[in-house]
Design a protein. Sequence first.
Length: 423
Amino acid sequence: MLLGVIADDFTGASDIGNTLAKGLPGQGGLQTAQFLGVPSTPAPEHIEAGVVALKSRSIPAGEAVAQSLAALKWLQAQGCRQFIFKYCSTFDSTPGGNIGPVGEALACVLGVKGVIACPAFPTVGRTLYQGHLFVRDRLLNESGLQNHPLNPMTDPDIRRWLARQTAGPVGLVALGTVKAGHGALSSALEAAAREGQTLVIVDAVDDDDLTTIARAAAPAPLITGGSGIAQGLPANFIASGLAAGSSHVAMRVEGPEAILAGSCSGATRQQIETHARSHPVQAIEVEKVMEGTVTPESLVAFIESHRGQAPLVFSGGTPQEVAALQHRFGRERLAENLDALFASTARKLVKRGIKRLVVAGGETSGAVVSALDLGALTVGGEIDPGVPALYSQGDSPVALALKSGNFGSLDFFDKALAKLEGR
Ligand SMILES: Nc1ncnc2c1ncn2[C@@H]1O[C@H](COP(=O)(O)OP(=O)(O)OP(=O)(O)O)[C@@H](O)[C@H]1O
Ligand SMILES: O=C(O)[C@@H](O)C(=O)CO
């Protein structure tokens, strides 16, 4: 393996898997697999980029560090020569972590400073200017992310936000230096390292900036950021003759389907609304989940009675509804119960023959996929920016789409089921 990624959630892992499998137009990408947690066995020989998906975004910082270091150790044992710590393009974290503690711990083990930290992903409207993160035309803290159920993002100044999480000072390389080219950026990162800055926020507003960052990052042992920073990395390995540049794997998986949505994001809520116009959709009554009267069996029964019609079940509500439920039941207890509900539902569905499964939400995807015990997933073609088709191995594969809360077009769910079927 050439390149190892440690991703702090499962949809984020498939997002960067997509970027690496795709590469730049006309050049091809890397043969990429997504691993669900730190594997206990070696990776298949042909894999060039391995993405270890953790569910470490919203757990205590110490545990996130321990899991990330375990992932690093496994990736080092697979021969990787470069490592990426992948976090969310909206920098999802709290003042206590986990981006800072994990980034610093990885840098410390690898003995590096002046490490790029860049969440920008312009294709989906995430840009970074003077260290401030925008979601399309809004600053992060006015984009809806300030209402996130687990990590409300209330400060768009990423340097200031990250500095609350780190032991050491955080640097900034502003856009002017990035626009001056990869040489100027490399010099700025070296200067930051000399000044003792471990993590350095690097501005990027378009794909050209990401290409510049990737060129400057060619010799770097560690890079941190969203999936955007990975766009130009396959090209580095291709240029050095270490990889040939391959096209993504395409498969046809036919059979029963289900859609599970635990995301409360604005995008997911709109996608559910669109889907509900022509498909069976069931809202999960969260109070009844907490009382134990809505169960995995009841969700499975709904899905099974609508086989072939793209049935969808969802838990999310408006920010006001979510806040009221969190106030009543407690944020963590609620999330644990919903995660467990989705996980158990998915396990039962797959046991009963579901072959195509679409999941919305990073935490939700983590809970679902961990429960399924599918082994390594092959990263296939792109459904929408940031969301690829994923396939389990073996004779009777399950095809999955794990959608980050805010990604995907309005008709994403239909599109995803069609793509998984090879249409
Ligand atoms: N109705 C609800 N009320 C309160 N919390 C909810 C409700 N529905 C879902 N949740 C919780 O909200 C969280 C949603 O997180 P998840 O990561 O799945 O989606 P997301 O944040 O939109 O996606 P991503 O992390 O990919 O951006 C989960 O922990 C889930 O349990
Ligand atoms: O970077 C993103 O926005 C996504 O891959 C993600 O991590 C959302 O959970």
